[in-house]
Design a protein around this ligand. Structure first.
Ligand code: DC
Length: 260
């Protein structure tokens, strides 16, 4: 029996008759799911999401990078001055901000593009990190980025990490994970990341930034950081990356029946 027909048989379908050309696609679509990974800043959720996407062949989208790119745009265009974000100016500029992703670099990692420019390094700078939470609080920014994120998920087969993916962006995601780790551990990880890039803020500075962002993210009016009731929690403070991926793959298997 041809492979395609064997797969159809598994799904209780008759062999292909040439009349329903979309059946194969439907079978694949049925199996593909949306995976939402939410959690606090520097909880390692991006690393987890990236590894899971690579293992499953799914598309990885870093929603935080999108908020960071908008923040960079605002900083570059003088919309953040005297300690505040100019909400009106930024809301008005949103239609001229385009954000996309492309695989780049030797390791094939995803880079963020802001109006076509690769801004992957800049969006991780302290300046952006310090302003991204107030920018992400703005309802206009959230509405625009949520719509873009939902568009990415239209065909499923996606792993997206962020703060409100399982609650607001994809409330019907088939697999939801809520990642946590102590603020001390998160600050330690963030500092290592920044040092690897040649930046040398103090531990205290990084820790203060994390605690402040936690507070804003969890207390903002619009889509605050919350664990979705059907999300599975993971405290990864004492887990290696390999253990975290193993944990994710077990959950993926539970949700899809697919063993990889
Ligand atoms: O994951 P990150 O630290 O790169 O995210 C940067 C900021 O973006 C974070 O402080 C909160 C915001 N964010 C958000 O509000 N909603 C998301 N889905 C993702 C990120």
């Amino acid at each position: 029996m041809p492979t395609a027909d064997r797969r159809r048989a598994v799904h209780g379908m008759p062999p292909a008759d040439g009349l329903t050309p979309d059946t194969e696609t439907l079978i694949d679509m049925e199996k593909k799911i949306i995976i939402a990974i939410d959690g606090y800043s520097s909880s390692g959720k991006s690393t987890m999401a990236r590894a899971l996407a690579a293992k499953t062949g799914y598309t990885y989208i870093d929603s935080g990078a999108m908020y960071r790119a908008v923040t960079l745009y605002a900083l570059r265009h003088g919309m953040i001055a005297e300690g505040r974000v100019d909400r009106e100016a930024l809301a008005g500029a949103l239609p001229s901000i385009s954000i996309s992703f492309r695989k780049a670099g030797a390791d094939g990692r995803q880079h963020t593009l802001l109006n076509g420019e690769d801004v992957e390094t800049e969006i991780r700078d302290m300046a952006v990190s310090s302003w991204v939470s107030p920018v992400a609080e703005l309802p206009e920014v959230r509405q625009r980025l949520t719509a873009l994120q939902q568009e990415y998920g239209r065909e499923k087969g996606i792993v997206m990490d962020g703060r409100d993916i399982g609650t607001t962006v994809f409330p019907h995601a088939e697999m939801k994970v809520f990642v946590d780790a102590s603020p001390e551990e998160r600050a330690r990880r963030r500092l290592l990341e920044m040092e690897a890039k040649g930046e040398h803020p103090s531990y205290e500075e990084v820790f203060a930034n994390i605690v402040k962002r936690d507070h804003i993210d969890a207390n903002r009016k619009e889509s605050p950081l919350r664990k979705a009731p059907d999300a599975v929690s993971l405290d990864n403070s004492r887990m290696t990356e390999a253990e975290q991926l193993e944990w994710l793959m077990r959950l993926f298997h539970d949700k899809t029946g697919i063993e990889i």
